[in-house]
Design a protein around this ligand. Sequence first.
Ligand code: PLP
Length: 437
Amino acid sequence: IWHPCSQMKDYEELPPIVIDRAKGSYVYDVGGKAYIDIISSWWCNLLGHCHPAITAALQAQLEKLEHVIFANFSHVPAIELAEALAGLVPAGLAKFHFSDNGSASVECALKMSFQYQLQSGHAEKNKFMCLSEGYHGETIGALSVGSMDVFTKMYRPMLIDGVLRIQAPDCYRCAFGKTRETCGCECAVHARGMFEKHAHETCAFILEPLVQGSAGMRIYPPLYLKQIRGLCDRYGVILIADEIATGFGRTGKLFACEHAGISPDIMCLSKGITGGYLPFSLTVTTEEIYRAFYADYSEGRAFMHSHTYSGNPLGCSAALAVLDTLRRERILEGAREKAVYLSEALSRAFGDHPHVGEIRHLGLINAIELVRDKKTKEGFAGGLRMGYQIYKKALEKGLLLRPLGDVLYFNPPLTIETETLDEAVRLCREAVADVLS
Ligand code: PLP
């Protein structure tokens, strides 16, 4: 097996941990050892592993219909899911296009916005804007609007030309020399300059609302998102909100866009939508964008974009069970209380640590940035692989922590128990102490 996002040679020293079963916030290996899944298995497990309601919904669906072509055919789980989400997504979003993973939903959003501009008489608007340090997936279009060298650099000759990168807000290491206290939203001023210069040739702006996850859970203020929404409106640029990582309660609201009170023109959803059970995604858009594709077939305006597993009924059933559980069990309310509990526990455990530069949080997403020098914010030398050393130590102790570089983060299932959070904080502190002492 060639594992994802791994240097396989590392596996000589740390072979893959073979997981046998899982329950709630724990996964268990074949030897019975338990690991707290504090990263929700790459941020997708929303309600704990093997949740009875999702499992039951899938079992019932399996007895009826496992899959059917979604072009010219439909089924009740898809219809019910679109109806249920229509009442939950930000105002104005009304049309649901189905794919089977996050990157695919981003590709769909990029093609949709490009074609929308073309079919609305704006052929000159054919470039994309994105944020520095953004991440939107691994396929060529998604990589092209991503900005993290570690994923994109190698492939640059293959990527879409002319993507315009805007300096992302980084409240810890501000590119404009500000601190949180002195911030005057200089990033938005910079963005305005880029819009003035380039909006005439830009079809869409894609961003991760409020949390740049892969960049190290970098969190920026809602005001910035609001200002970008304003610029997109003013200059006729489509705003694509990639809520793949932030959606379904991770940030304390159902969608991160709600913190800023804005609606994007296109929203990408995946990961938590099925509770982390199945590969599934949606690209949700407005009636206005949909209308630009609606015409007699002979006009050639249709969106000729599909995936074999578009609209898979099992994914839809899992998603319906997730929405039902979120509502019935008031999961978001509970998660908001646990978010306060966790951030307090982390600041008690790490607040005074000489190598913790910043602890940041939004909802249950909490990140601890390790630095060599707290004063200068200088990081550790990359070759030390500090985060990786801590990862290995944490695994020994039964904590599945998967740092992003030297940023340790907690992004647990929303249903995690406070006792499990306490245990995870304790194990994390021990792992950090073992490595950094
Ligand atoms: N967009 C964001 C913000 C993500 O965090 C990810 C994955 O981590 C993706 C897109 C890609 O999703 P997938 O891995 O399902 O292709």
